[in-house]
Design a protein around this ligand. Structure first.
Ligand SMILES: NC(=O)c1ccc[n+]([C@@H]2O[C@H](COP(=O)([O-])OP(=O)(O)OC[C@H]3O[C@@H](n4cnc5c(N)ncnc54)[C@H](OP(=O)(O)O)[C@@H]3O)[C@@H](O)[C@H]2O)c1
Length: 329
């Protein structure tokens, strides 16, 4: 089968297109013929490498995917060959030992075939194209866990969503609107801010001076929740723009991972800092229901073929995307 293989970390030339054996399956596993895979920022980390973290190289990247069941192990009950499916990007529960992510801890979706546990198979929502079906799981699950499970979002609350054009930002904006919350997005360009408003953000701000703007918009009260995965570049502004008792929820540090802040803000304002990674299998099923019903919808930035995997990665790394970069097979 054709697959993207990363044998060593580095630039786009480390994304090797190879012919390798179709993976064998054990009795509790399912093999899927992948129709579309979607990239996440995690693909960039896996390609480049992350200091202090060892990825199991060689690895096939790609956390998200959708396709057709090709073969089913004897003990993988309830799944039939030919079933159209979406793959759970996470394997297990993120709070338990042994949790894994496709394309990070084991081979992922940028290949013609993938073998996954039976529990990873979800029914593909009929209303979605293959590209759309591949484009929602990781980011919508992450944003759901951040806003609903961790930050306990409430109707009418003001939510600041950084990088509103990112995969996680777009998902968070839709989820916040679905809960009747009010969204203030941030993004680096006029075009991304315009698109954030079209998606339901009441305000879309540049990063420069956003904390002061948020205090103005909220009548000096401050935001109820900040969704921050940018890290050092936004963190102190995020803390400053929160109301007393506000919650900051983070799932990442795109601009870096070390932050200096004044701890007095944390205790004087009785803030909550919440970390969040991926989400539970139960959350994924809940999100699937909303996606299938059309209440939540992935936004696709661009579609590439497997041969164009380096161009797909370059687009993500160049920070020009609004929504998901998808690879079709
Ligand atoms: N822990 C988890 O479970 C989990 C799950 C999903 C994602 N994440 C993390 O969350 C972050 C977002 O993921 P994603 O897949 O949504 O990302 P994405 O679609 O690639 O979007 C990232 C966005 O971040 C903004 N950004 C701000 N500072 C940046 C910088 N210094 N370099 C590059 N981009 C910068 C850019 O938007 P502007 O140009 O508008 O600033 C960019 O478009 C990543 O760090 C990712 O690793 C974590």
């Amino acid at each position: 089968m054709r697959a993207v293989v990363i044998r060593e970390h580095g630039s786009f030339d480390k994304l090797l297109l190879e012919d390798i054996a179709v993976p064998e399956l054990s009795s509790d596993q399912v093999r899927v013929r992948v129709k579309a895979a979607a990239l996440n920022h995690l693909d960039t980390w896996v390609r480049r490498g992350v200091t202090g973290f060892r990825f199991p190289l060689p690895i096939i990247p790609g956390c998200d995917g959708a396709g057709v069941v090709d073969a089913v192990g004897d003990a993988a009950h309830g799944i039939e060959p030919g079933m159209e499916c979406v793959l759970s990007p996470g394997i297990g529960h993120p709070l338990e030992r042994g949790y894994g992510i496709l394309g990070e801890t084991r081979d992922g979706t940028c290949a013609e075939y993938i073998v996954v546990p039976r529990e990873s198979i979800l029914k593909k929502p009929e209303r979605l194209s293959w590209e759309e079906a591949a484009a929602w799981p990781l980011t919508f699950l992450t944003a759901w866990a951040m806003l609903v499970t961790r930050a306990r979002i409430q109707p009418g609350e003001w939510i600041v969503i950084h990088a509103a054009g990112s995969g996680v930002g777009i998902a968070a904006t839709q989820i916040a609107r679905m809960f009747g919350a009010r969204v203030i997005g941030t993004a680096s360009t006029d075009e991304k801010r315009k698109r954030a408003r079209e998606l339901g953000a009441e305000h879309a701000l540049p990063y420069e001076g956003f904390a002061r703007e948020v205090r103005g918009i909220t009548g000096k009260r401050g935001a109820d929740i900040v969704v921050d995965h940018v890290g050092p570049d936004t963190f102190n502004g995020s803390v400053a723009c929160l109301r007393k008792g506000g919650r900051l929820v983070t799932c990442g540090g795109t601009s870096g991972h070390e932050i200096t802040f004044d701890v007095r803000h944390l205790f004087f304002k009785s803030l909550s800092f919440l970390g969040s990674t991926m989400g539970s299998p139960e959350d994924l099923k809940t999100v699937l229901g909303h996606v299938a019903a059309g209440r939540l919808s992935p936004v696709i930035d661009s579609v590439f073929s497997l041969d164009e995997i380096a161009d797909a990665h370059r687009r993500l790394a160049e920070r020009v995307v609004f929504g998901k970069v998808v690879v079709t097979l």
